[in-house]
Ligand binder design. Structure first.
Ligand code: BES
Ligand code: ZN
Length: 620
């Protein structure tokens, strides 16, 4: 090589090295995107592992102890910032020695930043803290609020930004940590977490947990109560209060089959164990996908497995959400839309296309109602949201769920199921244990599905525009056609042919009830009630939609008012109770709703309280 070439090669090499350096810098800097709902600056310094050591004190209703983190300093930072809300921070140590810390200004939804001084080479920080009576994630229940009525109960709810109210943490869905925990509870009780769990009570009330896979902080979860375990298979099972163990076990006896079908679709279950704990009725959600241990409402126990699609939904989150996680709450549809689609596929695999189509059509109807409800604020109907100055809870509407579902269902229709399944499986496996933004997903979609198969698709319209695009896949259900005809004939003739409804499933009942004409009269509702005894239905979903109609149409038969009040006081599932309070408001009966709410409110978890306070304009 002559001199000139040597110089050229050297220059090229220097250029390449410096490019690689800038690339590295850029990659480092771009690792975490801006996230408006966390004070953490993970590009500066980030937590990687949590060691939690806490006491759960039911007498004082306080959790206290230490949260120790392994940290990585990404940018020679001199502080690490955690999120904290309504916690007492007693002391902080860096590598075992007291260090300076300060709390920032309090924000109503975000809480405070906890700024901790570190050295460039600090490896570990330890926060000594306690919860307070304003800790929103935790609900402390007295024995009367449980099924068995003998022991108190506690559960936490982390999503979206409540983990910071019971653990000081970098509470952004982009961050992933493994964790170990030691939890001390009264010895009559068992503690379980979103981790490897005990199957029997310990002698002294001390429990040790390990979560070996990296999870985002919103999936940290704890429940404590007088509960027992019963296995469904060698990797699935249920926890419930003693008197419910057998019924719950029977209701969810198809958990293993669900996991098998889910794995066939999108690859191996990544979390080893899939258990469900049925909580007391104030639990604010149908289900919550805490890894290894889904938290569920007892309202799913219908006696005939008819409401188990919620379990399929939470299981589906083991891929969409827990494995591939929305990077920010603006991308929430990537968690929920994919999960509703996947849930529908699991239900189809287990129970056939007819059932899946009914569920799909109910989702479509929810979506249309939600779009209509947002007609004065259409930006709320975009898949990708801008929640930067709002509470992430505002994004928890049917849009993320059902428009997200329709988007994927439409894509499936265009690409063909086989291609679409290959695409989705690669998407989940290729991004396992990492986070996803809407933009990154669209790029992936273009490269791996649309361009690959030469397809054109109005992705941007679906994601960034309001409403439902006109190419939405049309879901049809013969079963629901029949239901519509039956309903039509009942309201036209005021006569009921009970034989027609003999084999109706819960989904058909729900569709029937929800589609009452606006001018249905209380007398017509009485005919229906007397024939089908809907007021006394023990199926929570059927009862809920019936109560909604009773409120809206002033139906008073069969003591339905008493039933509604009893339901609203006992159950805290947000979707159910907020539907009923909204019905009171819609019917111009806010006062009636408020009168019940005043009796029920103390029984609700904070997320349900916040929603209903707003619906009814309630002020403490
Ligand atoms: N992850 C959600 C619950 C959630 C969302 C909690 C946002 C807090 C903030 C869970 O998977 C869910 O979607 N639950 C639904 C059930 C489902 C079948 C639609 C529910 O609770 O109704
Ligand atoms: Zn979900």
């Amino acid at each position: 090589m002559n001199f000139k070439n040597t110089v050229l090669v050297a220059i090229a090499a220097i250029f390449m090295i410096s490019c690689a350096e800038t690339k590295k810098e850029e990659m480092k800097a771009l690792k975490y995107v801006d996230e408006p709902h966390s004070y953490a600056q993970p590009n500066e310094a980030v937590i990687t592992h949590l060691n939690l050591d806490i006491d759960v004190n039911f007498d004082k209703e306080v959790i206290s102890g230490t949260a120790s983190y392994d940290i990585t300093n990404n940018n020679e930072a001199t502080e690490i910032i955690l999120d904290a809300k309504n916690l007492v921070i007693e002391n902080v140590q860096a590598d075992g020695k007291d260090t300076k810390f300060s709390l920032g200004t309090y924000n109503e939804s975000l809480g405070q930043s906890l700024n901790i001084t570190i050295a460039k080479d600090t490896k570990k920080i330890t926060v000594f803290y306690q919860t307070t009576d304003k800790t929103e994630a935790v609900q402390w229940l007295n024995p009367q609020q449980t099924q068995d009525k003998t022991q108190p109960f506690l559960f936490t709810q982390g999503q979206a930004i409540l983990t910071r109210t019971w653990i000081p943490i970098q509470d952004s869905p982009q961050i992933r940590i493994t964790y170990d925990a030691t939890v001390r509870v009264p010895k009559e009780l068992m503690a379980v977490m979103s981790a490897e769990n005990p199957k029997v009570k310990s002698e002294n009330g001390e429990y040790h947990f390990k979560m070996a896979q990296k999870i985002p902080p919103y999936l940290m979860a704890l429940a404590v109560g007088d509960i027992a375990y019963k296995a469904v298979s060698n990797r699935t099972g249920i926890y419930a209060e003693n008197s419910m163990v057998d019924v719950v076990h029977e209701e969810f006896s198809e958990m293993e089959k669900m996991v098998v079908e889910a794995e066939k679709l999108y690859g191996k279950y990544a979390w080893d164990q899939f258990d469900v704990i049925v909580l007391p009725p104030s639990f604010p959600f149908g289900g919550m996908e805490n890894p290894r241990l889904t938290f569920a409402t007892p309202t799913l126990i219908a006696g005939d497995k008819s409401l188990t699609s919620v379990i399929a939904h939470e299981l589906a989150h083991s891929w969409s959400g827990n494995l591939v996680t929305n990077a920010t709450w603006d991308d929430f549809w990537l968690n929920e839309g994919f999960t509703v689609y996947f849930e529908n596929r699991i239900m189809e695999a287990l129970y056939g296309k007819e059932r899946a189509d009914m569920l799909g059509l109910i989702a479509r109807q929810d979506l249309d109602e939600e779009v209509e409800g947002f007609k004065d604020a259409p930006e709320n109907t975009h898949l990708k949201l801008d929640l930067s100055k709002r509470n992430p809870d505002d994004g928890m509407t049917s849009i993320a769920y059902d428009k997200g579902f329709m988007f994927l269902k439409t894509l499936e229709g265009i690409a063909g199921r086989e291609n679409f399944d290959v695409f989705l499986k690669n998407y989940f496996q290729g991004h396992a244990f990492s986070t996803m933004t809407t933009e990154k997903f669209i790029k992936y979609l273009n490269e791996n599905l649309l361009e690959k198969h030469n397809l054109s698709f109005n992705t941007d319209e679906w994601v960034y525009n309001p409403g439902v695009p006109s190419n939405a896949f049309e879901i049809k259900s013969d079963k629901f056609e029949n239901v519509s005809n039956t309903l039509k004939s009942i309201v036209e003739t005021n006569k009921v042919d009970a034989s027609v409804v003999k084999d109706w499933t819960t989904q058909e009942w729900v569709y029937f009830i929800r589609n009452f004409p606006e001018d249905i009269t209380p007398a017509q509702m009485a005919i229906i009630d007397n024939a089908f005894d809907l007021t006394n239905s023990t199926n929570s979903h059927k009862a809920m939609v019936w109560y909604e109609q009773a409120i809206i149409h002033n139906y008073k038969g069969n003591n339905v008012d008493t039933k509604i009040e009893e339901f609203l006081i006992r159950v805290g599932r947000r979707w159910y109770v907020s539907t009923l309070y909204k019905a009171f408001a819609k019917a111009g009966k806010t006062d009636e709703g408020l009168a019940i709410y005043k009796k029920a409110r103390a029984n609700y978890h904070s997320v349900t309280m916040n929603t209903v306070d707003e619906t009814l304009g309630y002020k403490e």
